[in-house]
Design a protein around this ligand. Structure first.
Ligand code: PMP
Length: 412
C-alpha cells in the first residue's frame, strides 16, 4: 500500500483540529468518551462539507454543466480514496450506502434473497449489533432459513471450536463483527474467514468499529463483504460504504430501484447499470461523500498505524486505571481488545452513572448498546461504556477516574 507522509503525533495539536473538543458541558470541559456511538468531526471535514455546499453543489452524473461535472469528479475521486484506504482491488467494489446498517441490509436483501434457499443456515455471533442480527432474521422469516449463533465465553471471546462445529453443508453465509461495540473484543476475523472459505462460505465483516482503530486491508483479510459507517470514522452521518468482491456484487440483483441504477427503462423491460451505480439508486448523499473523503485524508495524514499505537497505549492506561477503582467492574476482558470499556459500578444503574458523569462534562454511553442478545448472555440489561478515540488523553481518563468515588457517595 502507498505510504502517505505523516506528521508526528501530538495529541494537543490534534485536539485543536476538533472544534467541539473546546466546548464546555455543564461548565466543565467536555470529555468525549462516546466514540463508539459516533466520532467528532475535524475542522477539515466540516470545512470540506461547507465548501462543497457553498461553491460546488450540484447533482452528480446526469449533468452536462461544469458544476455537475465538478461534483461528480469529487464523488468519484472519493471512491478511489476509499478503495486505497481499504486496499480494495477496484473502485467498483466500493458502494456508497448510509452506513453499516444499510450495507448489511443491502447484502441480506440482495445476496441473501437471491442465493439462499429454504433450510440454508447463516452463522452470526452472540456479540452482534442488532443491525447484524435483524436483517438476517427478517431474511430467515421470509425464506425459511436458520440462524446459528457462535457462543462466547465469560471474557467476551468467541468460542472458535463451537464455530467450527456450527459449520455444515447447509451453512451458506457468515456475518461477524470485527470489533464488538459493547465489549471491545477484537475477533480473529482472518482465521474465521479462512475457515469459512475452506467450506466456500462467504463472509461479511461488520467493520463499524474496526475501521477507525486499525488498518484494514480487505484483500489481506480476504473478506467477501466489509462495512463502514462514515460517522464512526470522523466523517459525517448518513454516509458509509459497502465493500464487496466484484464477482459477488456483479451477480447480485439491485437492492433499490430508481434513477442512476438503470441502463435503460421502458414499460416492457428495464436493464440495470454496471457497478457501482447498480447499487446507488437515486440522488446520493454527495455532501456526505465529500466529508468522508476529507475524513479519510485527515486520518491518512496522521496514519492509522500511528493512531492504533496511541489508542492502544491509552486503552491499556484506561483499563489499568479503571481496574484499580474500588467497586468498578469491567465487563469484557478478552485478551485482544481495544478502545471500548464497558463497566458497572456496584448496583448503580448505568443510566445514573451516565447522568452523574455528564454533570462533570463527561460523555459516556449507558444501555444495551444495541446488543440485547449479548446483554442477555452476560445476565445484564445494560452497562456503562467508555469508548476512546485518538483525541482522548490520559488526563481525561484520570479526571474520569476521580469522578467515580463521588458517584458511589451520591448513591450510598
Ligand atoms: N455494528 C456495530 C458493531 C456498531 O457499533 C454499529 C453502530 N453502533 C452498527 C453496526 C450500526 O452502524 P450504523 O448505525 O452506523 O449503521
Amino acid at each position: 500500500m502507498k505510504k502517505i507522509p505523516q506528521t508526528p503525533f501530538d495529541v494537543n495539536q490534534i485536539r485543536r483540529d476538533f472544534p467541539i473538543l473546546s466546548k464546555k458541558i455543564n461548565g466543565k470541559p467536555l470529555i468525549y468518551f462516546d466514540n463508539a456511538a459516533t466520532t467528532q468531526k475535524s475542522e477539515k471535514v466540516i470545512d470540506a462539507v461547507c465548501q462543497y455546499y457553498k461553491y460546488d453543489n450540484a447533482n452528480i452524473h446526469r449533468g452536462v454543466h461544469t458544476l455537475s461535472e465538478t461534483a461528480t469528479a469529487i464523488y468519484e475521486k472519493t471512491r478511489e480514496k476509499v478503495k486505497t484506504f481499504l486496499n480494495a482491488k477496484e473502485s467498483d467494489e466500493i458502494i456508497y450506502v448510509r452506513g453499516t446498517t444499510e450495507a448489511i441490509n443491502l447484502v441480506a436483501n440482495s445476496y441473501g434473497r437471491q442465493f439462499l434457499e429454504e433450510g440454508d443456515e447463516i452463522i452470526l455471533s452472540e456479540m452482534e449489533h442488532h443491525s447484524n442480527i435483524v436483517p438476517w432474521q427478517q431474511l430467515c422469516d421470509e425464506k425459511k432459513l436458520k440462524l446459528r449463533v457462535i457462543p462466547i465465553n465469560d471474557k467476551g471471546e468467541l468460542l472458535l471450536d463451537e464455530f467450527e462445529k456450527l459449520i455444515c453443508p447447509r451453512t451458506k453465509f457468515i456475518s461477524i463483527v470485527y470489533i464488538s461495540n459493547s465489549l471491545g473484543t477484537i475477533n480473529p476475523i482472518k482465521q474465521i474467514i479462512h475457515k469459512a472459505h475452506e467450506h466456500e462460505i462467504p463472509v461479511l465483516v461488520d467493520g463499524a468499529q474496526s475501521t477507525s482503530h486499525m488498518m484494514v486491508d480487505v484483500q489481506d483479510l480476504d473478506c467477501d463483504f466489509y462495512t463502514i459507517s462514515g460517522h464512526k470514522l470522523y466523517g459525517p452521518t448518513g454516509i458509509g460504504v459497502l465493500y464487496g468482491k466484484k464477482h459477488l456484487l456483479e451477480k447480485m440483483p439491485p437492492y433499490q430501484g430508481g434513477g442512476d441504477m438503470i441502463r435503460s427503462v421502458s414499460f416492457k423491460k428495464t436493464t440495470y447499470n454496471v457497478l457501482p451505480n447498480k447499487f446507488e439508486a437515486g440522488t446520493p448523499n454527495i455532501a456526505g461523500v465529500v466529508g468522508l473523503g476529507a475524513a479519510v485524508d485527515y486520518i491518512n495524514t496522521i496514519g492509522l498505524d500511528v493512531i492504533a499505537h496511541y489508542e492502544h497505549d491509552l486503552f491499556k492506561y484506561a483499563t489499568n486505571t479503571l481496574s484499580n477503582i474500588d467497586g468498578l467492574k469491567i465487563i469484557g476482558t478478552a485478551a485482544d481488545k481495544t478502545a471500548v470499556i464497558s463497566f458497572l459500578c456496584g448496583d448503580i444503574h448505568p443510566h445514573d452513572i451516565g447522568t452523574i458523569l455528564d454533570h462533570n462534562g463527561i460523555a459516556i454511553r449507558a444501555g444495551h448498546h444495541c446488543t440485547q442478545p449479548l446483554m442477555e448472555r452476560l445476565g445484564l440489561t445494560a452497562t456503562a461504556r467508555v469508548s476512546l478515540a485518538f483525541y482522548n488523553t490520559k488526563s481525561e481518563i484520570d479526571y474520569f477516574a476521580e469522578s467515580i468515588p463521588n458517584l458511589f457517595r451520591i448513591f450510598s
